[in-house]
Design a protein around this ligand. Structure first.
Ligand code: GLN
Length: 539
């Protein structure tokens, strides 16, 4: 039978529940347990696919095409597992299924209520992944304890603990220990209040993970244990880390795994977590031999979370190549001013044009592509970035000055990028793009083939528009290499400029599948090309 661990948050949002969950998962995994992690989000959108990055950061996409919270990216990157739709559930999705059942008549004669119908549905979803045979299921509950919208989730946790017993169902509360700089003191009171809030809802946390800027003193630990009703060994310090990838080691030091294993009465296959390969990754990450600068061109670059997976993918690929990758944020709109182009783009060893929607900043992205192509700067275009590369090529190499995507200009005479056939009758926005994993056959000898080292790959997608195959031959005649195609639909997935050190545009999202211990081949190849660019400039 699966064991359940719930992770709640107290005092403040953004404490890193996702990283703590992923770090705990990592430790338990290396002790021989099969672990998965899911995220419950208390908002009413059915999924975050319709939210813009200002609201919700990056939208992460799974193999099965679920549009999810970006924490699932952390779960995958830490645990090297693939998650699915079942790993991310929102209040909207819960209500949607309860209301659908009500319409079907499943509750005929009964009043449908938050308790028990919504809370039952939450529990059903919490246990769904158990059917896949996991030993441990960690569930991160979004939001902060005390929010009105997280109440049904906390009530569901209370009921599950009652039914399954605390040996099978554990609650970890991640909280903030406030530091008062003027008094030079750590304060536990806000944490005491947030635990009280949980207690009011009938849930006693088993373990406190305490996010803090300064080490917890013995006295602070004693106080927290006494006033929050937990063992001394269950007060875990989570001190700010240089990198999120340090956190599993910090949690190991604090014996979070030991506490969890003993409370859940588990017998690990391995007494000690084996983190050898994780440590090797960290050692490479922290001791780079080289350094490169990559420009990330997008319209949300001021937001830390908008391109999360891309930034992480650079960390993985950098570590693999023992290279520090400095990612320089470049606002695409600023490139639309001619005076800025050289100023912002010169001195970069690589340029990445980011995914996106809509026409704000689109010309700036196209300018960045042109700069990379003409100046032989290694280039990676992802999704909209690849589409921009095709448009730029059509305008400047094929001579179609008005070439565009019909997403930005529905009236263009040269619709190099056009709505996919299957999208033409779609009128609803939620979950209707071409989503999830599709095969891609690679052309031998191409940059992509050399990066992956094989001829059939699969990658995750999220788009409605696509390279227009009517222009394919003309592009190829003018030196563009179509190096990746979906074998079933013949959709173009990768374009390359052959006469260039490294110029690749991909319709899919390689960043979603890069993992800490297995960096993504395309990002590795891009980092390598950028390194060569740097050495070349020097030489
Ligand atoms: N807006 C483009 C499309 O829908 C690109 C999407 C993306 O970059 N994820 O095709």
């Amino acid at each position: 039978m699966a064991k359940f661990i719930f992770v709640t948050g107290g005092v403040s949002s953004s404490l890193g529940k996702g990283i703590i969950s992923a770090s705990l998962g990592k430790l338990l995994q290396t002790q021989g347990f099969s672990v998965t992690i899911q995220k419950f989000d208390p908002y009413l959108n059915v999924d975050p696919g319709t939210l813009n990055p200002y609201e919700h950061g990056e939208c992460y996409v799974t193999d099965d095409g679920a549009e999810t919270d970006l924490d699932l990216g952390h779960y995958e990157r830490f645990l090297d597992i693939s998650t699915s739709q079942a790993n991310n559930v929102t209040t909207g999705r819960i209500y949607q299924s309860v209301i659908q059942k009500e319409r079907r008549g499943d509750f005929l004669g009964k009043t449908v209520q938050v308790v028990p119908h919504i809370t039952d549905e939450i529990q059903r979803r919490a246990q769904l992944l158990a059917e896949d045979g996991y030993d441990i299921i960690i569930t991160e509950i979004g939001g902060t304890v005390g929010d009105i919208e997280s109440l049904p989730f906390i009530e569901a946790v209370r009921q599950m603990r009652m039914k399954l017993g605390s040996e099978n169902c554990l609650v970890i509360h991640l909280t903030l220990i406030v530091y008062l700089a003027a008094a030079k003191e750590l304060k536990t009171k806000p944490t005491q209040h947030s635990v009280k809030e949980l207690l009011q809802a009938g849930v006693q946390p088993d373990i406190l993970v305490c996010r803090t800027e300064h080490p917890l003193t013995k006295e602070v630990r004693r106080k927290l244990a006494l006033f929050c009703n937990v063992d001394r060994s269950s007060v875990i310090e989570a001190i700010d880390a240089d990198t999120i990838y340090d956190v599993p080691l910090y949690m190991l030091q604090e014996e979070l795994n030991v506490s969890v294993i003993s409370k859940l009465k588990l017998t690990p296959k391995f007494q000690e977590p084996n983190l050898d390969s994780w440590k090797a990754f960290l050692a490479r990450l922290k001791n780079p031999i080289h350094k490169i600068r990559i420009g990330l061109v997008g319209k949300y670059v001021e937001l830390q979370d908008a391109y999360k997976s891309i930034l992480e993918a650079f960390i993985h690929a950098g570590a693999k190549n023992e290279t520090e990758v400095e990612v320089v944020s470049i606002h695409s709109e600023q490139l639309e001013n001619d005076n800025n182009v050289n100023k912002l783009l010169s001195g970069l060893n690589g340029i990445l044009v980011a995914p996106g929607f809509g026409d704000r900043g689109i010309e700036g992205k196209i300018i960045a592509v042109r700069y990379a192509r003409e100046n032989k700067v290694p280039f990676l275009g992802i999704c909209l970035g690849m589409q921009c590369a095709a448009i730029e090529y059509a305008r400047n190499m094929l001579g179609y000055k008005d070439a565009h995507s019909t997403e930005m200009n529905p009236n263009t005479q040269h619709n190099i990028i056009d709505l996919m056939e299957g999208q033409k009758d779609v009128d609803k926005k939620g979950g209707t793009m071409r989503l999830g994993k599709y095969d891609c056959a690679l052309t031998k000898g191409s940059f992509a083939y050399n990066a992956y080292g094989k001829s059939l790959i699969y990658e995750r997608h999220r788009h409605r528009f696509e390279f227009n195959n009517q222009y394919r031959e003309e592009f190829e005649r003018q030196g563009m290499r179509i190096s990746g195609v979906n074998p079933e639909s013949n959709l173009v997935e990768i374009i390359e400029v052959a006469e260039h050190p490294w110029f690749v545009g991909v319709q899919f999202h390689p960043e979603y599948t890069s993992r800490a211990e297995t960096a993504h081949p395309l990002f590795c190849a891009f980092v390598n090309a950028a390194l060569e660019n740097k050495n070349h400039q020097r030489g």
